[in-house]
Design a protein around this ligand. Structure first.
Ligand SMILES: Nc1ncnc2c1ncn2[C@@H]1O[C@H](COP(=O)(O)OP(=O)(O)O)[C@@H](O)[C@H]1O
Ligand SMILES: [Mg+2]
Length: 219
């Protein structure tokens, strides 16, 4: 269980805080959408959850242990996987090499297991031919599926995604959302997706809205 306790954040040059006294919990095996207008602080919130930045107030705990205590570097390596709008794959590598590298860096329990990486890519509709080509030869939808396969190969129990369908068409969006649901329900991971697309939010198990410096639970 990931919990945020009295979380607050502001950028030093801003007059008001982005959010304050946020108390939320995110359970394993469930998916969460975070919605809200542009500029409300959704990406900032996700960067705190992902251990990329430190809160100005409050704490974030994973299974009762603060991520500051776990150490942000260890937390980022072992416990959290990130999916970006722009895929962020290693562009000079193939899909298979991207997965093998991620499993090695994160010291995944599947580290070195090429067959496992291949089976993840196949499950996500990447063909044997595609998985050994340079990733830049793949379409946007295919690259995002590789980025999702990469999170599935790592042991990270928390998966966060920032506008993961922002560059995708309707068909690929639906497919990507289905895969995130699978990661939550079949792999038992905690999936947190920032989105401005109502169809994406509606497909998640829970829907949190950030507005006027506060989070509200819509569903
Ligand atoms: N590194 C930064 N330094 C200063 N202000 C920032 C920085 N990043 C974002 N902001 C500001 O903080 C607010 C929230 O940004 P962000 O978290 O990206 O919102 P969202 O993802 O909801 O669109 C915006 O007003 C943005 O301009
Ligand atoms: Mg954003």
């Amino acid at each position: 269980m990931l919990t945020v306790n009295n979380l607050g954040y502001w950028y030093d040059q801003q007059a008001n805080s982005l959010f304050e006294n946020v108390n939320l919990s995110f359970a394993p095996g469930e998916s969460y959408a975070i919605v809200g207008q542009s500029g409300t602080g959704k990406t900032t919130f996700l960067s705190l959850i992902a251990g990329l930045d430190k809160p100005k107030a409050g704490t974030i705990e994973l299974d009762g242990k603060s991520i500051a205590k776990i150490g942000l570097t260890t937390y980022r390596q072992r416990h959290v996987a990130i999916v970006f709008q722009s895929y962020n794959l290693l562009t000079y590598m193939s899909p298979l090499e991207n997965l093998m590298t991620a499993m090695s860096i994160t010291r995944s329990s599947h580290q070195g297991d090429k067959k496992y990486a291949q089976s993840m890519l196949r499950q996500l509709g990447i063909t044997d031919e595609q998985m050994t080509k340079n990733v830049q030869k793949l379409s946007g939808g295919q690259q995002q599926r590789v980025a999702i396969a990469r999170t599935m190969c790592c042991d990270a129990e928390v998966v966060v995604a920032d506008e993961p369908t922002g560059n995708l068409d309707e068909k690929n969006t639906a497919e990507v959302v289905r895969l995130f649901q699978k990661i939550a329900h079949e792999q038992g991971k905690c999936v947190i997706i920032v989105t401005h697309e109502s169809e994406v939010a509606a497909a998640c198990d829970h829907d949190y809205r950030l507005a006027h410096h506060l989070f509200t639970v819509e569903r």
